[in-house]
Design a protein around this ligand. Structure first.
Ligand code: NAP
Length: 268
């Protein structure tokens, strides 16, 4: 598995991160986080919005070298005033039982507060050692340009956006802008959030997968990541078998014909 370099930093991260939205069984999630770490996936994604997720991560990381883990959390836009951002991060740190997050993101921007306020808080929180890097999520092109302008000269390290075979808008819209500004695009819901595409489209992935001994999920992840080796896919699973399956998705090369077929079936 290759590593993705985060521009403007000395960080290298795996092409996969583990998400923690919608945990159904906390004990299984703890086991899956621990297994992910053993398998080299040290980038864990969470948010104040995800019920019980930050506490679950804290439980999974008990006894684990904190410096070896890259934790990302997010502030809700309606908490993202100057003061509210600082308070939200304090609560997140308490729930995570840690002194700092590696990256702190504005979950989305709804205009509740000017971006300048949120970023002023981010700036000070970085200086205070409570977050290492700042990022954004669900930012449009215009919002991203605005964020870069306001936060400069400090880097925005991520724009975390939805990206999967059935919704490839980010590939056309956001990825080129991320590249221009040295921002890493992190792709959430790469497995359709468990809501799979139509049976006909699914059959195409099954058919392609059979040639490589791969499942449709592996074909999907392979297609998304091998063509864009500078992005990171954040999938969620609390099933160790699914974790292994997903991490095993980059060890084959789709033929140009199969790439074209997938492209046609799931147009960008
Ligand atoms: N910034 C944002 O606004 C935003 C929005 C959405 C998500 N996110 C982040 O991105 C993460 C991932 O996105 P997501 O949770 O929406 O969707 P996802 O990763 O596309 O899909 C997760 C679903 O797929 C299932 N799954 C995973 N691997 C599988 C496999 N190999 N075979 C069958 N089923 C499989 C999981 O069930 P099992 O647990 O049973 O495996 C779960 O139900 C989230 O957890 C969250 O951290 C961010």
């Amino acid at each position: 598995m290759w590593k993705v370099r985060l521009d403007g930093t000395d960080e290298y991260l795996p092409p996969f991160a583990l998400g923690t939205w919608d945990i159904r069984d906390r004990k299984r999630m703890v086991q899956t986080i621990r297994l992910a770490l053993e398998m080299g996936i040290n980038h864990i994604d969470t948010a104040e919005m995800y019920p019980g997720a930050e506490e679950t991560i804290a439980e999974a990381l008990r006894g684990v070298d904190r410096q070896g883990v890259f934790i990302v959390s997010k502030v809700l836009p309606y908490h993202a005033s100057y003061k509210g951002t600082k308070e939200a991060l304090e609560k997140t740190l308490r729930r995570l039982n840690t002194d700092y997050v590696d990256a702190y993101l504005l979950h989305w921007w709804d205009g509740s507060y000017p971006l300048e306020e949120t970023f002023r808080a981010f700036d000070e929180l970085i200086d205070e050692g409570k977050m290492r890097y700042a990022g954004v999520s669900n930012f449009s092109r215009r919002e991203l340009e605005e964020a870069v302008r306001i936060f400069s000269p400090r880097p925005i390290i991520f724009d975390q956006v939805k990206y999967n075979l059935s919704d490839r808008r980010a590939e056309v819209d956001i990825l080129p802008l991320c590249r221009k500004h040295g921002i890493t695009m992190t792709a959430y819901s790469p497995l359709w959030q468990g809501r799979y595409p139509s049976p006909e489209k699914w059959r195409v992935l099954e058919m392609v997968g059979r040639k490589y001994g791969a499942t449709p999920f592996q074909v999907a992840l392979n297609f998304l990541l091998t063509r864009n080796r500078d992005i990171i896919a954040i999938f969620k699973t609390e099933n160790p078998d699914h974790l292994r399956e997903n991490l095993d998705s980059l060890n084959f090369e789709l033929s140009p014909e199969d790439v074209e077929l997938i492209d046609r079936t799931f147009p960008a």
